[in-house]
Design a protein around this ligand. Structure first.
Ligand code: ZN
Length: 128
């Protein structure tokens, strides 16, 4: 298993990790990369990386659907982040062929921070 560290700088932030994952794919050859986020207040998704407004819109919409509030039961005060994490999900699977990450033309891979800033991790497992 490969462990990569990610640093977030804001409470809510979409971080493009496509280049980091592409570099790992070079050493893999052929297989499936399972990318797993081992956190309860962060998530991972694949979406458009060409126009950054897409991820801005996504993060704003998720925040309006699940607003930050102290009026949840969970006493830590970050229930919105837990809910956002479960809505988006904590893993993606990617095809790797001849060391190349196979993505659609406009796609990128994003780590979604919902309770930063923090030091975070992603786990990568190659399935062959
Ligand atoms: Zn919590």
């Amino acid at each position: 298993m490969i462990v990569k560290t990610i640093k977030s700088y804001k409470r809510i932030e979409a971080i493009d990790i496509t280049n980091t994952i592409s570099k790992e794919a070079e050493n893999i050859g052929n297989g499936i990369m399972l990318i797993y986020v081992p956190h309860t207040t962060a998530a991972i998704t694949i979406n458009e990386a060409y126009d950054p407004s897409v991820m801005d819109d996504l993060m704003e919409k998720v925040s309006s659907l699940v607003p930050y509030s102290k009026n949840y039961r969970h006493l830590e005060g970050n229930s919105d982040a837990h809910i956002k994490s479960s809505l988006i999900g904590n893993s993606v699977q990617l095809i790797v062929e001849n060391g190349n990450l196979i993505l659609g033309r406009w796609q990128g891979i994003f780590f979604l921070e919902f309770d930063g800033p923090r030091d975070r991790k992603i786990f990568i497992k190659v399935l062959r």
